[in-house]
Structures are given as C-alpha cells and as structure tokens.
Design a protein around this ligand. Structure first.
Ligand SMILES: *Cc1c(COP(=O)(O)O)cnc(C)c1O
Length: 363
C-alpha cells in the first residue's frame, strides 16, 4: 500500500526490511534466551542528579576507563550509542552512497546489511566456508570498491572465533584500500582473542565493543569503537554532538571502575561454567543433531525438526532465536546462556520432544 507520504521516502528506505530484533519479534515468554543479554541485572546508582546542561560529547572518565580496560590510549577510543552506532558511523564516514561498498561474511550479525541499506551503500557478501572461517580467495575477488569489511569474531550466531592468521591476511590485502572492522561484541567472554594489540601494526584496523553483553547493560545503549587516532578523528566528524545522555555516561563509568570490571569478570566465569554444562546436556538430548562449540554467551545447535522445537519451547514460555534462514544454518536455533535454572528448563522441555531418529522415520 502506498500513500503520498510513503512515496516521499527514499527508495532504499521504502525497500528496507528493518532489523528483526528479538524485542520486535515479541513473544510472551518468561525465559528470554533470544537476545544474548546477561540474565541478571547489575546494580548502579545515578550520581549525576542534574540534567539542565548538555552532556560531554565524549565523557572523559568513560573514555579513560575504557582505554585502560582495553590497554589503549584515550585517542584510540570513541564511545557511542552501542556497537550498532559504531557500525553505522563507519559507513557514514567512509562509504560514498552509490559508489563504495561494504563486505561481510554470512552467516553473521544482521546489522551490517541493515546499516548499509539504510544509508544507501551497496553491500557484498562472501559466505563463510563450511567450518565458518573466511573464504579469503573469494573475498579477494570481491574487494573492488569495498571500503569497509566487517568480521565478527567471535561470530554471532555461530559462536566461533575467526582464525587470526586469516584476519592478518585480510589486513594485508586491504592495506591502503579498505578498513577491516573486527566486531568484538563478545570478546569479554574470551579476552585473550582480542585484536587490540594489532592496532599499532595496522592503521586500517577498527574494533567494535559493547557494554550490552558481558557487562550486562544492554538497556544502557553504550558501545565503543577502537582504532588509531586518525580513524577516530574522522568518526568524530560524523557523530551526533551529544551521543550519550548524562545518565548513560554516569552508569558506564561505574561499570568500568575496577569493581565493575571485577563483577563482570566473575559473571563471565560463572556463565562459562553454565554454558559448558548446557552444551553437555544438549548433547544428551535425542532431538539435538549437533551442538557447536562456543566462545560466547550463546550456543548454536542443529535440530532435526527445529521449527517444532522452537514452537514447543515458545509455548512453554522459553523464547529462543531461530537462525534457520541464514545461509548454512538450516535447522539451527541459537540459545542465549541464561541462569542455571533457565538452562535446566530448556533441557527439560527438550527432553519431552521425540528423538531425532523418530522424526526421520516420520519424514
Ligand atoms: C549485540 C551485538 C552488537 C550490538 O551491540 P550494542 O552495543 O547493543 O549495539 C553488535 N555486534 C554484534 C555481533 C552483536 O551481537
């Protein structure tokens, strides 16, 4: 249906399918395992009680503390409204609509395409290999006109790290031509794998981080872009004048205090123990075909009858994320690691389902 107003909109916006966030998809469950959120709230206080003044564009304490956490200089850190805003700022600063392109490797995070489409920049995809590593020769063939390459590591939704030697090769082949953006939204669950140490060798490397996952602050909307000072200065030209509200900066600074980081790290080790138990339990379920290893706070599993599994759990108030439509992921559901009790509810619900071999006989 087109009204006059609809016709006024840019054609790429009219054609756009918005990001299907877990929140938009809805559901009436009481066990929310579909958005990779931390299952429990962390406490905070509002110490800034006045809001009559505009906030700092780049709140100094937040920048200082994140730089210290990441082992970088303060001029290598930009804070913004979630890692999602970082994804978009990079396209806005580096890609000319109708001329330049971005590239990424499905199955992966959905916002790279949504941001490119919204801005009217072409996106190219090079599917990951069967082991979910980069197909470097195919990427090399597609690099013409590409300004930004997004590599999600650990990758959402598959849970694996991208082989660092492959990322090095990608950085060599893009030198002077394109940015390589490592989306490290889940790196706090495997901090040894971060690429921050490579920034001094590669002026075109950019790293995205967030407080939404391991720091348990998805509702805060706060993320970071890490890069060399030259890249950060360009992003500062296109960012909104006041990207973070005063309460957001206030709470982010608390989360990044020594105590806040210690709390996060304790949560991470507890969550990893819960994850490893869930993986072992899933492997005992007859309806599960395959459980993939994970470096993150979620697990991807393949089911013989995934839509039936999804629906059965949905009806019991357990909401998972269906990844069935992504290339190479037929039959796959993604399960966020909740509390131990929530994970146990998933397992008891799965135990009520027919085993994989019975489904095959029916088919
Ligand atoms: C959750 C997520 C983001 C977005 O993080 P926000 O800081 O909440 O915007 C970015 N990239 C990946 C891979 C994610 O899973």
């Amino acid at each position: 249906m087109s009204s006059k107003i609809e016709e006024l909109a840019r054609s790429n916006v009219r054609a756009l399918t918005p990001y299907q966030s877990a929140r938009r998809l809805g559901g009436t469950g009481d066990v929310w395992l579909n958005a990779n959120e931390y299952p429990l709230a962390v406490p905070f206080e509002l110490s800034q009680q006045t809001l009559n003044r505009y906030p700092e564009c780049q709140p100094a304490l937040v920048i200082e503390r994140y730089a210290a956490y990441a082992g970088l200089d303060t001029d290598q850190v930009l804070v913004c409204r979630g890692a999602d805003e970082g994804i978009e700022l990079l396209i806005r600063a580096f890609c000319e609509p109708g001329k330049d392109a971005v590239l990424f490797c499905p199955p992966t995070y959905g916002m790279y395409s949504v941001s490119a489409e919204t801005i009217g920049v072409e996106y190219r995809t090079v599917e990951a290999r069967e082991d979910w590593q980069l197909n470097l020769p195919a990427i090399a063939d597609q690099l013409d006109g590409v300004k930004v390459v997004y590599i999600c590591s650990p990758n959402n939704p598959t849970g694996n790290l991208v082989n660092p030697d492959d990322i090095r090769q990608l950085l060599e082949m893009t030198r002077g031509k394109a940015l390589v953006v490592a989306d490290e939204a889940y790196i706090d669950f495997c901090p040894q794998a971060s690429l921050t140490g490579w920034l001094k060798e590669y002026p075109h490397l950019v790293i995205l981080r967030t407080l939404s996952k391991a720091f348990a602050l998805a509702g805060l909307r706060c993320g970071f872009t890490l890069a060399n000072a030259e890249v950060i200065a360009l992003l500062m030209k296109v960012i909104a004048p006041y990207p973070l509200s005063t309460p957001v900066a206030d709470i982010a600074a608390q989360a990044l205090s020594a105590e806040g980081i210690a709390v996060m790290q304790r949560h991470v080790s507890e969550l990893i123990a819960t994850r490893d138990k869930l993986i072992a339990d899933l492997r005992q379920c007859g309806c599960v075909e395959q459980v993939f290893p994970s470096e993150t706070n979620y697990v991807l599993a393949r089911f013989t009858a995934s839509s039936q599994v999804f629906k059965t759990l949905w009806d019991r108030g357990i909401i998972l994320r269906d990844q069935n439509k992504q290339p190479g992921l037929s039959g796959c559901l993604r399960i966020t690691i909740g509390t131990r009790e929530e994970c146990d509810r998933v397992i008891s619900a799965l135990k009520t389902l027919p085993v994989a071999s019975d489904f095959r006989e029916q088919a």
